[in-house]
Write a new protein. Structure first.
Ligand code: AMP
Ligand code: MG
Length: 489
C-alpha cells in the first residue's frame, strides 16, 4: 500500500515529443473539499484508503500541492463531432497528472488549458456526479470503462445554464488516447507523428502485436473488435452514450466521457438521451452503426501506416473494418442469449429475441425490470409470473412469447435453478437511471454526499438484491420524464 507521499509516478505519454500535448498546471478550485472517495479504484493503484482522511489528499488533487515526479499534461486531439470534422479539440478541461501502476490519473475540471478555446476549463457538480457514478456502475456491470477515484466539490462559481458549483473528478484510465488523437495528425498530414502515436499505443498497450508481421493492421483490427464488443455490451444492457463523437471513442475500447448518457427505462430503440441531439444521430439503436462510422474515421488515419501503395492500404483498412459486423453480431447474440439463460445456440434464437424486443417496445415494458423478473421464471407457470406479464399492456403478448421461450428452454433441457442463477449474474437489479443520478445531484448541491455514496455502493453490486433498496429496482417515478440532459456540463 502506498501513501500519498510514496505513490510512485511516471507519465509515459509525456515522454512523447511536445506536439502531442501541452504541459499545464492545474488551477486550484476555491475552497475545494473531498466529496466522495471510491476505495475500489484506490485499490487499483494500491493507495491506502485511509489517505482519504489526509488533508493533503485534497491539496494534491486540487493542484494546490505539486506531486513529485508528475508531469501534468493536457492531450491534443481532434475529432468528428456530430459528423463534422473539428480540426483541433484537446483536453480543454482535463489534465493528466501522471501515471501510477499503469493508471493515468486525470483531473477533469481542473481549469483552463491551451485547448480550452473560450471555455472555463471547469466541470460542475451535475456532470461530475454523473460520470463518477456511471463509470463505476459500468465497471460493475462488466463493461469496459474508465474509472473514477474520487470527486471534489468547491465554492467556485461556474456559469452554465445557471450558476453552479465547480467540481472535479479524478478519472483513471490505462490510456486516454482517443480516435481523435490519430485524426489530428492524419488531417494535418503529420504522418511521422501519426506513426509515433501508433507505436506508442502498440508498445504500451498491445506489446504482443509488436512482433507480428503487420502491427498497425493488427492494432486497427483490435480496436475494431473491441469497439464492436463494447457496442454489443451497451446494447445488451440498454446504455445510450449520447455523444459518440470520435474524440469520445477510446483506442482501448473503453466507455469514455460520460456526458448526457442514459439507460433505457421502457424499451424504446429510438431513445435519444441527449436533448441537443434532435436528429437522433446518437439514438440508442444507432450506436452499433455509429461505432462503425467512427472506426471508419479511425481507419482512414491508419492508411499511411498500412502500406505505401494507397490501394493496398485501402484494401487492408477495408478488411479490418469488415470484421466489425460479425464481431458485433456474435457478441450481441451471445449477450442476449445469456440474458435469456440460453446455453446452446439455436438458429431460431434471433427470431425469439427479435419477437421479444418488438413486444417489449409495443407494450412499453421496462427493459431492466423485465429481464430481472424473467430470471425468476420457471418452466412451469407459477405465481410470481404475474409480476412479469403485468409489465405488458397486452398480457397475451407476453403469454404468446412465453410459450415459445419455454419450448426453447425445454429443447436444451434447461434446469430452473441453474438457469435462474446464471441469469441473475447478467441481468442487473440496479442500473443508474437518470432520476437516481438527479436525486444524488440535488443533495450534492446542498452539500450532502449521502446519496452519492449510497448509489456508489449500490451500483457496485448491481446483480445482488440489497435489503431496503427496493425502490431503486422499481420503475422510475413519473417526474423522471421531465429530466433533460444535454452536452452542457
Ligand atoms: P465533451 O463534449 O465533454 O466531450 O467536450 C468536447 C470538447 O470540449 C473537449 O475538447 C473538451 O475538453 C472541451 N470542453 C468541454 N467543456 C469544457 C470546458 N468547460 N472548458 C474547456 N473546454 C471544455
Ligand atoms: Mg470528450
Amino acid at each position: 500500500m502506498y501513501t500519498l507521499d510514496t505513490l510512485p509516478f511516471q507519465n509515459r505519454f509525456a515522454q512523447l515529443p511536445a506536439h502531442f500535448y501541452a504541459r499545464v498546471r492545474p488551477t486550484p478550485l476555491a475552497n475545494a473539499q473531498l466529496f466522495s472517495f471510491n476505495a475500489a479504484a484506490a485499490q487499483l493503484i494500491q493507495l491506502d484508503p485511509r489517505e482519504a482522511q489526509n488533508p493533503a489528499f485534497t491539496a494534491y488533487f486540487n493542484g494546490e500541492r505539486a506531486w513529485e515526479g508528475t508531469q501534468p499534461i493536457s492531450m491534443l486531439y481532434a475529432g468528428h463531432q456530430f459528423g463534422t470534422y473539428v480540426p483541433q479539440l484537446g483536453d480543454g478541461r482535463a489534465i493528466i497528472l501522471g501515471e501510477t501502476q499503469g493508471w493515468e490519473l486525470q483531473l477533469k475540471g481542473s481549469g483552463p488549458t491551451p485547448f480550452s478555446r473560450f471555455s472555463d476549463g471547469r466541470a460542475v457538480i451535475r456532470s461530475t456526479v454523473r460520470e463518477y457514478l456511471c463509470s463505476e456502475a459500468m465497471q460493475a456491470l462488466g463493461i469496459p470503462t474508465t474509472r473514477a477515484l474520487c470527486m471534489l466539490v468547491s465554492d467556485e462559481e461556474v456559469y452554465r445554464e445557471r450558476l453552479e458549483q465547480g467540481a472535479l473528478l479524478v478519472r483513471m484510465s490505462p490510456s486516454h488516447v482517443r480516435f481523435g488523437s490519430f485524426e489530428v495528425f492524419f488531417h494535418r498530414r503529420q504522418y511521422e507523428q501519426l506513426k509515433q502515436l501508433a507505436d506508442f499505443v502498440l508498445a504500451n498497450h498491445f506489446p504482443e502485436l509488436q512482433s507480428t508481421a503487420e502491427p498497425y493492421l493488427g492494432l486497427l483490427e483490435t480496436v475494431v473488435k473491441r469497439t464492436a464488443r463494447l457496442m454489443a455490451q451497451w446494447q445488451c444492457v440498454g446504455f445510450a452514450h449520447g455523444v459518440m463523437n470520435t474524440d469520445n471513442m477510446s483506442i482501448l475500447g473503453l466507455t469514455l466521457d460520460y456526458g448526457p448518457y442514459g439507460f433505457l427505462d421502457v424499451y424504446d430503440p429510438g431513445f435519444i438521451c441527449n436533448h441537443t441531439d434532435q436528429a437522433g444521430r446518437y439514438a440508442f439503436d444507432q450506436q452499433p452503426s455509429i461505432g462503425l462510422w467512427n472506426l471508419n474515421a479511425l481507419a482512414h488515419t491508419f492508411l499511411p501506416l498500412l502500406a505505401e501503395d494507397p490501394d493496398e492500404a485501402v484494401e487492408k483498412a477495408r478488411s479490418a473494418l469488415l470484421q466489425y459486423q460479425a464481431e458485433f453480431d456474435q457478441a450481441w447474440l451471445t449477450g442476449m442469449r445469456a440474458k435469456l439463460g440460453l446455453q446452446q445456440a439455436v438458429e431460431t434464437d434471433e427470431g425469439l429475441i427479435a419477437d421479444l424486443l418488438i413486444k417489449m417496445q409495443q407494450n412499453l415494458v421496462d427493459y431492466t425490470i423485465f429481464f430481472r423478473r424473467l430470471s425468476k421464471l420457471g418452466l412451469q407457470a407459477n405465481q410470481s409470473e404475474s409480476t412479469l406479464r403485468d409489465l405488458f399492456v397486452e398480457r397475451s403478448a407476453f403469454d404468446a412469447w412465453a410459450i415459445q421461450y419455454r419450448e426453447r428452454l425445454l429443447q436444451e433441457q434447461s434446469v430452473d435453478i441453474e438457469r435462474q442463477a446464471r441469469m441473475q449474474q447478467v441481468n442487473p437489479v440496479y442500473i443508474l437511471r437518470n432520476y437516481m443520478a438527479q436525486q444524488a445531484i440535488a443533495k450534492a448541491e446542498q452539500g450532502d454526499a449521502s446519496e452519492v455514496d449510497l448509489l456508489l455502493k449500490l451500483l457496485q453490486q448491481p446483480f445482488t438484491e440489497q435489503a431496503g433498496m427496493e425502490s431503486y429496482s422499481d420503475h422510475p417515478p413519473a417526474w423522471a420524464d421531465s429530466i433533460s440532459v444535454s452536452c452542457s456540463s
